[in-house]
Design a binder for this molecule. Structure first.
Ligand code: ADP
Ligand code: MG
Length: 261
């Protein structure tokens, strides 16, 4: 496991074509990224003319990863694949070692959380890529003594109420959050569905998204009150190599992805 338990990454998305202010021809990008540093220039200076920005007018911040996705096609452009290979692969490595992992996406409405976590058809985000790779790795583990069970749950927190997005009965009743004395907080009655492929998971995500209070692209005040938590639970069971049927040990780990809105 990497020595850092918490890693922080920032991502800059391209200017939005919808945002009127962002389309303005005078709009300048004031964020510059170099390796793991993010440099904010004061709007008076520009990234194009960094020599004009004095030390006083710029601020530098360091993160574990800085993803510059502001200009598609530029040499430093960070694609969905870049984000996945920098963050997703390590998370899976740790998960198979038995560690729980959580990816938490935070940012203003319209800043690109859903795009980064879920993405679109041609630009799949972290969650679908994680799920595919998870099943690839399960398939690669040819050890006959190991079996894997993969289950998912998907919930929405809206106005402080928890809704099950995968409830087979549909409905919108809210669920209670309870505290287990060993396992900590959990959502009582949340559906946990078994899946056997990345496509299974994507199908459930699509179904679950239909139940969300506000569709992901609908940028309005409602959407900022809606948060989604998608959890993948992988249970790894090892059997004795002699033909016994007793379970010798198992490890359960969960991979959650939280996206605010
Ligand atoms: P949020 O979930 O944070 O409210 P979205 O993910 O819906 O924001 O992003 C807002 C808009 O910006 C969407 O149209 C999305 O497709 C676009 N977008 C966000 N990030 C990127 C990116 N890295 N590259 C291209 N388009 C992006
Ligand atoms: Mg969103």
């Amino acid at each position: 496991m990497s020595s850092n338990k918490v890693r922080v990454a920032v991502r800059v998305r391209p200017f939005s074509k919808r945002g009127k202010a962002e389309m303005d021809l005078d709009t300048q990008n004031v964020v510059e990224m170099a390796d793991n540093q993010t440099i904010l220039h004061s709007p008076a200076s520009t990234v194009d003319k960094p020599q004009q920005s004095s030390r006083r007018s710029q601020k530098t911040f360091a993160f574990d990863h800085c993803f510059d996705s502001s200009e598609p096609g530029s040499a430093r452009f960070a694609s969905q694949e870049t984000v996945f290979s920098s963050l997703g692969k390590d998370i899976l490595d740790n998960a198979f070692e038995g560690y729980n992992a959580c990816i938490f996406a935070y940012g203003q409405t319209g800043s690109g959380k859903s795009y980064t976590m879920m993405g679109g058809h041609d630009s799949r985000g972290l969650i679908p890529r994680l799920c595919d790779t998870l099943f690839d790795r399960v398939a690669d583990r040819s050890d006959p003594g190991l079996t894997h069970k993969v289950e998912v749950s998907y919930m929405e927190i809206y106005n402080e109420k928890v809704h099950d997005l995968l409830d087979p009965r549909g409905g919108k009743q809210s669920l209670k959050v309870r505290e287990h004395n060993l396992l900590g907080p959990y959502v009582d009655g949340l559906s946990v569905l078994a899946v056997s492929s990345g496509q299974d998971i994507e199908r459930l995500i699509v179904e679950g998204n239909k139940s969300r209070t506000v569709a992901a692209t609908n940028m309005n005040s409602e959407s900022s009150r809606s948060h989604a938590v998608f959890t993948v639970i992988v249970t790894q069971v090892s059997w004795p190599s002699t033909a016994g049927s007793r379970r010798t040990g198992d490890a359960e780990l969960s991979l959650s992805a939280v996206t605010l809105n």
